[in-house]
Write a protein that binds this ligand. Structure first.
Ligand SMILES: C[S@@+](CC[C@H](N)C(=O)[O-])C[C@H]1O[C@@H](n2cnc3c(N)ncnc32)[C@H](O)[C@@H]1O
Length: 212
């Protein structure tokens, strides 16, 4: 199927390029306010639990429309955003966001106390892309990496993998052992995984700590 057509599998870096996609993500992506607030709340809770403190620096990549920023700034963190889509970035009111790819970040090793990556990994279409992206997230962190993923070992993940809930979008649940291997190879072993809505949602978070 051709790229961009109805039902086409778009590479993640292409999906949010258009104004229409950014508009949809801002106004219609989440069914309710509770759904929209779930990720920001989970991220803030996990960062606080794992020792992130006021005035620490955090990279939010992909930052999209800046949806996580209020929760991160609410913890007193210095937030830098990075995203591949100018259309999404244009909806983030902050000036502390830049155009950059998660797998090739313009920062030195260990630049941030924490790196947050929400709702990207399940869009990556190969294990190779997954491994490269996780390695880059870990490279620029000197502390935590917190990444969401679609957990294959969840009820909806199991239904998808059995073909009971077909998805032609190219998104894919990730087995925990594959994720654990990528983080371990990146020098940042996973120290916790948690679900934002246990059993009902595939959306889960892994917290990893970069080895000193
Ligand atoms: C589902 S949105 C998530 C945005 C934000 N993290 C959130 O939770 O609201 C996915 C975002 O990933 C961005 N993206 C896709 N591929 C990327 C890449 N390789 N590097 C950086 N951003 C990327 C898209 O532009 C889009 O803004």
């Amino acid at each position: 199927m051709g790229k961009g057509g109805r039902g086409a599998v778009l590479e993640p870096r292409e999906k949010w390029q258009g104004e229409h996609a950014a508009e949809r993500y801002t106004t219609a992506r989440f069914r309710s306010r509770a759904a929209a607030e779930r990720d920001p709340r989970t991220v803030a809770r996990l960062l606080a639990r794992h020792g992130v403190r006021r005035a620490d620096s955090v990279l939010d990549v992909p930052s999209g429309t800046g949806r996580l920023r209020p929760a991160l700034e609410g913890l007193g963190l210095w937030v830098t955003g990075a995203d591949i889509s100018p259309a999404m970035l244009a909806r983030d009111p902050s000036e502390r966001s830049l155009l950059a790819a998660a797998e090739c970040l313009p920062f030195r090793k260990g630049s941030f106390d924490a790196v947050v990556c929400c709702r990207l990994l399940h869009h990556l279409t190969s294990d190779d892309a997954l491994e490269r992206t996780i390695a880059e997230l870990a490279r620029v962190s000197r502390g935590l990496v917190l990444a969401s993923f679609w957990d294959r070992n969840s009820w909806p993940g199991w239904r998808r993998s059995m073909g009971l809930r077909p998805d032609s979008s190219g998104r894919r649940p990730i087995p925990k052992r594959v994720l654990a291997r990528c983080f371990a190879r990146a020098g940042a072993p996973i120290i916790e995984t948690t679900h934002s809505l246990r059993f009902l949602s595939m959306q889960a978070f892994a917290v990893a700590r970069v080895r000193p």
